[in-house]
Ligand binder design. Sequence first.
Ligand SMILES: Nc1nc2c(ncn2[C@@H]2O[C@H](COP(=O)(O)OP(=O)(O)OP(=O)(O)O)[C@@H](O)[C@H]2O)c(=O)[nH]1
Ligand SMILES: [Mg+2]
Length: 888
Amino acid sequence: MNTVNIQIALNRIEEARKYDTSHLNLSGLQLTEIPTDISDMNFLDSIDLSFNKFVECSDMISKLYSLLSLNISNNYLQDICFDFYKEYSINEIDISSNLFYRIPYNLLQFDENKICIYFDNNPFLDSIPIEISTEGNLSYIEFYLDSLKSQDKTKRLFETKLLIVGKGSVGKTTLVKTLNDPEYKVKIGEENTTEGININRLYETVYFPAHKPYYSFFNDRENLYEYDEGLGNEQDKESYIYMGDISSYGEGFSDYVDILKEPYLEGEIFVEKDIKINVWDFGGQEILYSTHQFFLTQRSLYIFVWEPRADNEEESFEYWLSIIQRLSKNCPVIIVMNKADIRIKSIDEKNYLDIFKNIVGFFNISCFTKEGIQELKRQIRETISKLPHLGDRLPQTWENIREELARKELDYITFDDFKEICGFNEIEKVNHLSGYLNDLGDIIYFKDDIMLNNLVIINPHWLTKAIYQLIHSLQVQKNNGLFEANNLSKYLNDKQYPKGKHYELLSLMEKFEICFKVIGSSSLYVIPTLLKAQSPSIEELDRFRISEALRYKVRYNFLPSGLIERLICRLNNHLEDSLFWKYGAIFNSETCRALVELNKIKKSINLYIIGEMKSHLYTIITHELNQIHIDLKLEKIDYKELYACSCVDCLESNHPYMFEKELLAKYIIKGRKLIDCRNSLEQVDIEELMIGYKSVKAKESLIRDFVSASSQLQTRLDLLKGFNENQINTYFQDLMRQYLSSKKLTLNEQSLKGRSESGKNQGELDIAVETIEGNTISFFEGFILAGLNTKIIETHLNKSMLNYDSNGLNEKYVGIYSRAKNFSSLSAKYKNYIDGIQIENVEIESSEDISNIYVNGSEIRVIRTKYRRNKIQLNLYHLLINIYTGDY
Ligand SMILES: Nc1nc2c(ncn2[C@@H]2O[C@H](COP(=O)(O)OP(=O)(O)OP(=O)(O)O)[C@@H](O)[C@H]2O)c(=O)[nH]1
Ligand SMILES: [Mg+2]
């Protein structure tokens, strides 16, 4: 040990004792042990022992019960000692970059919610799939390791996903067939276009270096090969010589550290593996581009196919390479020019390589003549041999579950079936596993969505084909994307897509932001991709291009598909009437209106807002747009945000100068208050300019959430048919909960029993909306109405306005589940009735039908009653929801 460093350490310890300091820094001193006893230094809050050469964690540390933080990262530790039976105050331990080859079990004694354990870069993580280790959750890792241990066998995952993308008709499907069968005879013109995504399986023999994670001396003593450069190319079978039975090799290795490194195997020795390649062949139709975000996964290999006859090569390259780079987080991509038998075109490879560092090669091939196929195959094998996730260890049970799922040859199963296949009783474990299989692409499952948590899709093609068939239906296209849920069987094959599965399919499509339900319609859906390209009326748009409008622009470096379509889906509860088209939409709030337009040529989105309190709607729209950017993995460099100049000239102009947000931010950081307008050359006050764009967290009304949940309720009329009031209320509550969770609000059933006897039936549900701190901010109660039963109405209004009012809640809701034959007549009568209603101690000001602001169809009505109680103005919203199905 370095004596100078030991002295430094001793000095620091002495100093800490002298001054009772709370922190002791012994980092980076190359210590192999702590040079003096520190076990009595209980005044220390934190100790930094990182970057030393400790092989063992000193006992002294485990005696420092009041220590809060310990950094012992970057040493050679294999274990850490904390006494199981003692109480520790510690809340942060960093053991990253050590040699823990096992999970440090005595750290699991600490409550994970109260302690932060950093454990990156330790050998026990080497073989843990990245999906699990990045969760940063030791108990998930423990579950995984436990599952590994409880089996006598584990399985290494030598499997990967190969995604083949590119425009329509470039030969993707033909390429898959050719890769599968080198003799495949291409019959030009006979391949059908791919409906959605086809998944095929391909096997290739690949050689991996014989070390972790591909090979472990202890577990896999088999199939080792020596590479001989003189015999041929890398990854060609002929170049590898079998080493014979090596199970008798190297028994003498006992030191773990050496074995972890396995230096004797480095570089020359390889292990041969048959790789299962799941080939995802995408239909190249542009109409499907907006689904890419869900299927262009990470941890995969990509082949981008193009053909020289296809026009506009640059645009196609830019789109595909950009979208792959973003969504896959830089997975390797091979660029393949197909149909070299017809035409060859040279491209500036270097230019693309400079921009897209994930390109691993360019190939000119012909599936027809088979030219270039062998070279392409070799490249595929080579790329696979370098993919980071191959060789992950999987518990045999998990692998069995995967096989069992595959054996089923079903499109989907219920959650209960899935649970049974898993064989765990603990729901948490089933959820861990479903998450992992979802990441692997084995299943599609949304555990947190009540509409979907009973559907585990095991054949993704089942879903994509349904999307494809719907989007490609001529009828739906003729209707500009409008279709009735009831008519789904017209577009989908009955056998594969039975009626009972329709609402789940629609929910999935809504989740994928491919379609949305028109709020307040019984079953009308819209697919924005199929909307008319033409905007509704120029005059309408001109109303927004005025000087008072708040203007905002996003300019993209490359334009991902489906931006506006997805924005329309996300904000469908803010759409104004039917004012939306393929490239734009008008959204509203109670006080203002916004026009959002896509300019494809200029690769930009423009936003104009007119009316009062513009920043509220501005915040809502930009928030959703931002979420889409996040989903598409766009980074700050991919787009620019721009704000309109506020100088006199620009204020009066329809074309104000637009400042980049980044530039304004730079000015602000430098303390500069003014900036020159590039149009008028006038100086503009930056702060003033930015006022309109300040995000506001306006005290948000819950009305839109209630309306959306009501609309969702109507998608399950079949289910509601047999429900009584309580059951409908419980279901409504489940739907509502999903809308509220993003706002950090919860729902609670309340029993008002004892406070009021008025009309409260046994078990009747009243729902309170609460903040996480437990403050009630609103109430909802729902009741069935089959005709104008004034007694029921009065009872409920009384309750809502009086009983709940003790807290002076600003907004309350009543849901009227209408089972009346004639909904519009009942709504009119209802409105009439409440116009004249009188309630004791309450001064009713007005009841206004405000459906036009919140609803686009005729099956939901929204009425707002403004009233005063104890002089305070309050609101009661009546939501009339048509749930009539004809047979009661
Ligand atoms: N001349 C020639 N034609 C080819 C070659 N490869 C494929 N084709 C033809 O090109 C057409 C389109 O091939 P597909 O494999 O269906 O193309 P795709 O990319 O899968 O098309 P989508 O599924 O619609 O996206 C078919 O008629 C093929 O026979 C080739 O190497 N040379
Ligand atoms: Mg195809």
